[in-house]
Ligand binder design. Structure first.
Ligand code: UGA
Length: 445
């Protein structure tokens, strides 16, 4: 029955929704995933995932087969067939400002409210500016039929792309914002698996829950921009930022993670989330927070420019008609995602300066090509390097660490490699006759 075994609907089947739906099915619940896009629904129903996410196709296939998981475009039918409704749609950056576009979240929430046929719990998972959930409660009240009992709470998601399945099945913490005792009980039933395994539950008010998520991403972004700022000092002073980061990381109060200097952060989350926080902080009069986020963003974007400048300098002052080989365009390894990818951004900027850019990425050639068709795409690192005036490593796929500098050296005009992720073994490359230009470290000749 619905009290002990709530049926679940998940609205939006992107990275967040598709993974959450599959995870809920894995935890034993009956789940329906809803998306407006019939092609996505058709693909997912056949166990195909329209993006690269390790382990997810297997999990979806397993539970479509087990009968616990299905997908539909019909939100009315899905709402009527479920008790708990997760809002997992996107909150992209607005086209004309740094604010988040909340129209998908508002539309999805209103649609669930309108289609409720019986008592329901609406659970927001999307990343939203603080204060959104309180407004959504008013929206729900306007759209729901007055005889139906409904509650809206916030339960932010912290999954990383590339590790989405693991992060969802065993999260670091479960945050429940604005839940009544009854809603909390329902959520504890749904998450009984991870809670039983010791995952802490933090119950709080709505704005705190919304802001936990936003500040987690803001902190991670700040850590990256911090080390990139220190990398600038290292370069000027002849210090080595990688050794420095290792030494810093031994202090458990600091920690080694998210201290890799380089091309900076990208993807569908960190960049737009810090900008949305900047925008929201200004609205709230929290100007110091807005200023901090602005600095984090500026430092991050400056890394891209710095790699472009180093490439132009290495090519003798201009890249016009020069061949440039680029290894990596995904915003990070183990994904095919190129949303706000620093790597694709740099490759595209060099192309716009007249370079002939050939790119190789183990997974993201296809998504990059549909975003930027005028670059050339190679199926191997070797093919990307042929005849290049400089080789750029822009995403730290482990494959690139295994590339042979001797073999590539035969193909590249003047052996210059710009290691924008500090991921190559500089000594090995320079022993093979390469000039290795890194970030926050001295150039190895
Ligand atoms: C990020 C957060 O890590 C998740 O916790 C969060 O749930 C998610 O956003 C979200 O809001 O949905 P994700 O965007 O998948 O996850 O990527 P990260 O692994 O955080 O990497 C972000 C960027 O930072 C990448 O471009 C990566 O290359 C860069 N990075 C990371 C660095 O430049 N240096 C580092 O040391 C670490």
């Amino acid at each position: 029955d619905s009290a002990t075994r709530p049926r679940v609907s998940v609205i939006g089947t992107g990275y967040l929704g598709a993974t959450h739906a599959a995870a809920m099915a894995e935890m034993g619940f009956e789940v329906v995933g809803v998306d407006q896009d019939p092609r996505k629904v058709e693909a997912l129903s056949a166990g195909r995932v329209p993006f690269f996410e390790p382990g997810l196709p297997e999990l979806i296939e397993k539970h479509v087969a087990s009968g616990r998981l299905r997908f539909t475009t019909d939100i009315a039918e899905a709402t009527a067939a479920s008790d708990v409704h997760f809002i997992c749609v996107g909150t992209p950056q607005q086209a004309t400002s740094f604010a988040a576009n909340l129209s998908y979240v508002e539309d999805a929430t209103a649609a669930v409210a309108r289609n409720l046929t019986h008592r329901g719990l609406i659970v927001g998972k999307s990343t939203v500016p603080v204060g959104t959930a309180a407004r959504l409660r008013l929206l729900v009240a306007r759209h729901v039929s007055s005889s139906i009992d409904v509650e809206l709470i916030w339960n932010p998601e912290f999954l990383r792309e590339g590790k989405a399945v693991d992060d969802t099945l065993s999260p670091d913490r479960i945050v429940l914002g604005g839940a009544s005792r009854e809603a909390e009980e329902t959520m504890r039933t749904l998450y009984a698996g991870p809670i039983g395994a010791g995952v802490p539950v933090i119950s709080c008010d709505l704005p705190t829950a919304e802001l936990v998520k936003v500040s987690a991403n803001a902190f991670l972004a700040t850590k990256i921009s911090f080390i990139n700022a220190i990398a600038e000092v290292c370069e000027a002073a002849g210090a080595d930022v990688s050794v420095l980061a290792d030494a810093l990381g031994h202090d458990v109060r600091i920690g080694r993670q998210f201290l890799n200097a380089g091309l900076g952060f990208g993807g569908g989350c960190l960049p737009k989330d810090i900008r949305a926080l900047m925008h929201r902080s200004k609205e709230l009069g929290a100007h110091r927070a807005a200023g901090l986020m602005q600095q984090v963003d500026e430092i991050n974007m400056a890394q891209r420019q710095s790699v472009i400048d180093k490439t132009v300098a290495a090519a003798g002052g201009s890249v016009l008609n020069r061949r440039i080989g680029v290894l990596g365009v995904a915003f990070k390894p183990f994904t095919d995602d190129v949303r706000d990818s620093p790597a694709l951004n740099v490759a595209a900027a060099l192309h716009l300066r007249g370079a002939q850019v050939t790119v190789h990425d183990p997974e993201a050639n296809g998504t990059a090509r549909s975003n930027f068709p005028t670059l050339s795409y190679a199926t191997t690192a070797r093919d990307a390097a042929i005849g290049a005036s400089a080789l750029l490593v822009l995403t730290e796929w482990p494959d690139f660490g295994a590339v042979s500098p001797d073999e590539l050296g035969e193909l590249v005009e003047n052996r210059v490699v710009i290691d924008a992720r500090n991921c190559l073994d500089a000594a090995r490359w320079s022993a093979a006759g390469w000039r290795v230009i890194a970030l926050g470290r001295e150039t190895t000749v």
